[in-house]
Design a protein around this ligand. Sequence first.
Ligand code: HEM
Ligand code: HEM
Length: 194
Amino acid sequence: MTNESSVWDRPTRFLHLGLALTVTVQLLVSLFMVPPGSRHPSTLLGHVGFLVHEWAGLCALCIVLAHWTWSILSSGSAGLGHLFPLTRDGRREIAVELRELLSGRLARCGPRGGLSGLVHGLGLLAVSAVAVTGGMLFVMFPANGDPSALAHHIGDLHSLISKLAWTYWCGHIGMAFLHQFAGDDTLRRMFRPR
Ligand code: HEM
Ligand code: HEM
C-alpha cells in the first residue's frame, strides 16, 4: 500500500539515485582499474577505468555532501533522525525489530527510523568515508610514479573502508529485492519518477 508517509520526498529520491549510480560505478570499476604506481601492468582498460574512478568518485563525493546537507537541514522523514534513530523510543523499536528479525520477520521499511533507518544511516557513513578518503587521494595521488608515504596510508584506509561499502552495497540491494518480493513495493517507491 502506498500513502504519502510511505514515500520519500523528491530531493531524497533524487540524491539516492545519484548515490546508487555513482557508488555502483565506483565499486564495479575498481575491479579492473589500474591506479598509477600499481604492481600490475597498466592496460588501456585499466587506465581508462582509473580515470572514470577518479571523476565518478568526485561526483559521488559531491552527492554525499549534498545528502548530508539535505538531511541536516530537513526534519521529519528526510531528516537525520530517521537515519540515526537513537532516542530512547528509537532504540526500543530497533531492539523489537532485531528480535523479530531473529524469528524470521523482516523489519518494516520506508522513510522511517527503526532498524532499516539505522542500517541506511550506517551505510551512508561508510560510503561517505570512502568518498572523503577518495577525495583526499584525488589531491595527493601523483599522476605518475610512486605515491608519498601519507598518500599510501590513505590509499590503504580507502581500500579498507571500501570493504564496508561493498558489504553495504550487497546487503542493501539484497534487502531491497527481498522487501520487493515480500510485497513492500519498496523499489518502485524509491525509484519511480513522480
Ligand atoms: C551504495 C550505494 C547506495 C547508497 C549509499 C544507498 C543509500 C540509501 C539510503 C541512505 C537509503 C535511505 C534513504 C532515506 O531513508 O533517507 C536508501 C534506501 C533505499 N535504497 Fe539505496 N543506496 C545505494 C544503492 C542502492 C541501489 C543500487 C538500490 C537498488 C536496488 C537501492 C535501493 C534502495 C531502496 C529500494 C531503498 C528504500 C528502502 C526501504 O524501503 O527502506 N539503493 N538507500
Ligand atoms: C564513493 C567513492 C569511491 C568508492 C566507492 C571507491 C571505491 C574503491 C574501491 C572498491 C577500491 C579498490 C580497493 C581494493 O581493491 O583494495 C578503490 C581503490 C582506489 N580508489 Fe577509490 N573509491 C571512491 C572514490 C575515489 C576517488 C574520488 C579517488 C580519487 C583519486 C579514488 C582513488 C582510488 C585509488 C588511488 C585506489 C587504489 C588504492 C590502492 O590500491 O592503494 N577513489 N576505490
